[in-house]
Design a protein around this ligand. Structure first.
Ligand code: 4GX
Length: 232
């Protein structure tokens, strides 16, 4: 055995959300093969009182509810004592933006990740001290951290050895991570009057490679110049 499955634990009020998205496709197969483990942990049993309360009104007033720290602390402690060494991440719009470089870094965080997927308007500020990192999947507001957690899991899972069908494409991917993809074509040679560029039919792999590099650069300049400026 090499190093064991990469584990993805999630603390959530909606554990059932994590069922169907991970059934089919690459991640589903990776779970079946034991390459990755996805395990939601319900926050509700750690709630306070007979009503298992997990939220409360914000001190100082204001609209919306805030997640209380005690249930989250108890859930984190419970998962961490069963699964030591997990890297704890809070999903939040206030976190570090998730980009492929961060995804690669997280893919190496064995034995795995513990994702905190919150609801309501946010979490009590004291929760931040209980995690290792805060991550955002983008500058828009969702209703909960579950979809962000799933996005992160899928991005990290597909980098685990054996998940992606073709290991060569990982290499290509990291090579082109700072560029947009070049245009791709498959059959037929002509569709609705639009022909596949002749060069792709030429069999000249040197020319094809150069064409693709140029297309990728041009497309990136036009659509995402920020990617070129950021390039390391
Ligand atoms: N990328 N949300 C989290 C509740 C919340 C707010 C603040 C902790 C602190 C999001 C995103 C996102 C909505 C998840 C609000 N929890 N998460 N949730 N964009 O919009 O990660």
């Amino acid at each position: 055995m090499a190093s064991g499955a990469m584990e993805f634990h999630i603390i959530t009020l909606f554990p059932e959300m994590f069922e169907s998205p991970f059934r089919g496709g690459m991640t589903g197969r990776a779970i079946e093969q034991g390459i990755i483990i996805v395990k939601p942990h319900h926050l509700r049993p750690f709630g306070l009182g007979n009503y298992k309360q997990v939220d409360d009104q914000p001190y100082g007033g204001g609209s919306g509810m805030v997640m209380r720290p005690e249930p989250i602390a108890a859930a984190l402690d419970a998962v961490m004592s069963e699964h030591p060494g997990l890297w704890r991440i809070l999903m939040t719009p206030q976190g570090t933006p998730l980009m492929q470089e961060k995804v690669r870094e997280l893919a190496g965080r064995k034995p795995g990740l513990l994702l905190l997927a919150g609801r309501y308007e946010g979490v009590d500020e004291r929760v931040r001290a209980m995690v290792d990192e805060e991550i955002s999947i983008g500058d828009y507001v969702l209703s909960g951290g579950e979809l962000p957690a799933m996005v992160l899991i899928e991005a990290v899972a597909r980098l685990q050895p054996g998940v992606l069908g073709n290991p060569a494409s990982i290499e290509e991917e990291s090579f082109s991570a700072d560029l947009l993809e070049y245009p791709q074509y498959t059959r037929p040679e002509e569709f609705r009057g639009v022909r596949v560029p002749e060069i792709l039919l030429s069999g000249d792999h040197g020319k094809i490679r150069t064409w693709r590099e140029n297309q990728a650069r041009r497309r990136t300049e036009e659509r995402r110049p920020d990617l070129l400026k950021r390039g390391k």
